[in-house]
Design a protein around this ligand. Structure first.
Ligand code: ADP
Ligand code: MG
Ligand code: MG
Length: 250
């Protein structure tokens, strides 16, 4: 599904990612953890193709295709979805309109017919309900005036509507209280079907209490310094990130 090899990414000529290797198979959920400033969000933005994030070495393949060769819209159409740490507000653009346009752009790129408004509303209402989101949010501008938690849950609604092959979620858990956190985790779990894959970026272990990651990777100073199973996340919770420095001396 996703194969990252020796990925180096620079922002303004400053190297942030210094050789990341990561492979995610179909149906797998991987978690990336790491201290602040280790390059987690940079990895997400590089996958999204955000301007200013230059791949200076290495490669990213998405279903065998070179991601660097694809425009951000092409990546989305191919089934890559990214939920950002700080979801953007889009004043003047109605949330329902935005969701439907995004879905139809994806369908068009795949040569599929547009979804009609009845079926679209039905699908959206179901995901709003499961995330305990007020339907009125559909009529408001995208994320405008949404609380932090509503923005994060809205990302999960987008994901539910778009049904991506690979979803990258950057700190979708931050700023959520425990009930909202559980809803977000349920939203992710509901979409795990053995085919679709997830890369969950998180600073804290608590979201992983409600998900079952196949692999956990620790990013530090632009490199994956440790990979393991769920127990690695528990160890980080218990010991913090301090072991990273100790580990390099051992
Ligand atoms: P994380 O998400 O793990 O907290 P980031 O990927 O946001 O880390 O940041 C990694 C490093 O890149 C930090 O040292 C940060 O200061 C730097 N960085 C991030 N964005 C920019 C930017 N737009 N310009 C310059 N440096 C940046
Ligand atoms: Mg951070
Ligand atoms: Mg970040």
């Amino acid at each position: 599904m996703l194969k990252i090899s020796n990925l180096h990414v620079a922002i303004d000529d400053k190297e942030i990612l210094k050789g990341v290797d990561l492979e995610i198979g179909p149906g797998e959920l991987h978690a990336i953890m790491g201290p602040n400033g280790s390059g987690k969000s940079t990895l997400g933005y590089a996958l999204a193709g955000r301007e200013g994030y230059d791949i200076t070495a290495g490669s990213v393949e998405f279903e065998g295709e070179d991601l660097a060769e694809m425009e951000p819209e092409e990546r989305a159409a191919a089934g890559l979805f990214l939920a950002f740490q700080y979801p953007v507000e889009i004043p003047g653009v109605n949330n329902a309109y935005f969701l439907r346009a995004a879905l139809n752009a994806q369908r068009k790129a795949r040569g599929e017919e547009e979804i009609d408004s009845m079926n679209f509303l039905k699908a959206v209402r179901e995901s709003l309900k499961s995330l305990k989101m007020d339907e009125a949010l559909l009529k408001r501008a995208v994320n405008e005036g949404f609380s932090g938690g509503e923005k994060k849950r809205n990302e999960i609604v987008q994901m539910a509507v778009l049904q991506p092959k690979l979803a990258v979620l950057d700190e979708t858990d931050s700023g959520l209280d425990i009930d909202a956190l559980k809803l977000v985790a349920e939203g992710i779990n509901a979409q795990r079907d053995g085919k679709r894959s997830f890369l969950v970026i998180t600073h804290y272990q608590r979201l992983l209490d409600y998900l079952t990651p196949d692999r956990v990777h620790v990013l530090s100073d632009g490199r994956v310094v440790e990979s393991g199973g769920e127990e690695l996340a528990e160890r980080l919770e218990a010991e913090g990130y301090a072991f990273l420095e100790e580990g390099s001396e051992a």
